[in-house]
Design a protein around this ligand. Structure first.
Ligand code: SF4
Ligand code: SF4
Length: 253
């Protein structure tokens, strides 16, 4: 299955080691209450309207070929004079993606960077991911995968040969707390993590620090878990940007 990509960020310094291109896949199998990227949740394209940018010119209504049921044609996005509309989700072939990713190969080499596949949950598309990861690795581009890990182990087996680093989320160790925050148990996530440790691949554990959820005892437990296993651990600050994006998606419906 070819995934929809909702964003490609070049020159990122927050998605793994060095300078990186981060490719964000649409679709996620968790339901985190604090989600920073609500545009990543659905696996299909979505239209957003930033009402604060809209100047009320009416162009979008005049040109819309399908006012009763949006066909996601993108006409209103391309013609909005205020750039108040955005279409999230576009398909790329492996070759198209590689062309974009490889543009910055000199920067990757100079900084120890590479490409990071993220989401959403990019591991929901293990065959496509393995194909693009293999192409990048063969081209000398270091591959990192940013995952929440809530997938069968055979998905990891497909990408392991081409991946040098995993950015791996631990949001909570307590299974009930994890279920409350994300809608899913963390049994599989922790089991996969133990398997990944065995592979010897570089692992960077990342924890979004959510006020009144995991910022107390739970965070200390996560830190102890990482220290006991000698794992690199990064804390990600909570921010409310997800709320405005959620509002923009709702406004376009
Ligand atoms: S969304 Fe864009 S095209 Fe539509 S009314 Fe607002 S500014 Fe005009
Ligand atoms: S994307 Fe939807 S709302 Fe915008 S012009 Fe096309 S059909 Fe109309």
């Amino acid at each position: 299955m070819i995934p929809y990509i909702f964003d490609i960020k070049r020159s990122s310094t927050v998605d793994g080691p060095g300078v990186r291109t981060a490719v964000f896949f649409k679709g996620c199998n968790l339901d985190c209450k604090w989600c920073h990227n609500p545009e990543s949740r659905s696996p299909i394209p979505e239209l957003a309207l930033m009402t604060e940018k809209c100047i009320g010119c009416g162009v979008c209504k005049e040109i819309c070929p399908s006012p009763d049921s949006c066909s996601l044609c993108g006409e209103c996005v391309d013609n909005c004079p205020a750039e108040a509309r955005k279409l999230y989700g576009r398909k790329y072939t492996v070759d198209e993606l590689y062309e974009i990713i490889s543009t910055d190969i000199d920067f990757y080499r100079a900084t120890g960077g590479g490409v990071t596949f993220s989401g959403g949950e990019c591991m929901l598309y293990p065959d496509f991911l393995a194909e693009i990861a293999e192409k990048c690795a063969s081209g000398g581009i270091s591959v990192a995968i940013d995952t929440a890990g809530n997938l069968p182990w055979n998905c990891f087996e497909k990408v392991l040969p081409y991946t040098s680093c995993f950015l791996y989320d631990i949001k909570a160790l307590d299974p009930e707390l994890h279920r409350i925050g994300t809608g899913a148990d963390n049994h599989l996530i922790l089991e996969n993590l133990e398997n990944l440790i065995e592979t010897g691949k570089r692992l960077i554990i990342r924890t979004p620090v959510i006020p009144d959820y995991n910022d107390g005892d739970e965070l200390q437990k996560i830190k102890q878990y990482c220290t006991a296993r000698g794992l690199e651990h990064e804390l990600l600050p909570y921010h409310a940007i997800g709320e405005s994006k959620k509002a923009a998606l709702k406004a376009a419906k």
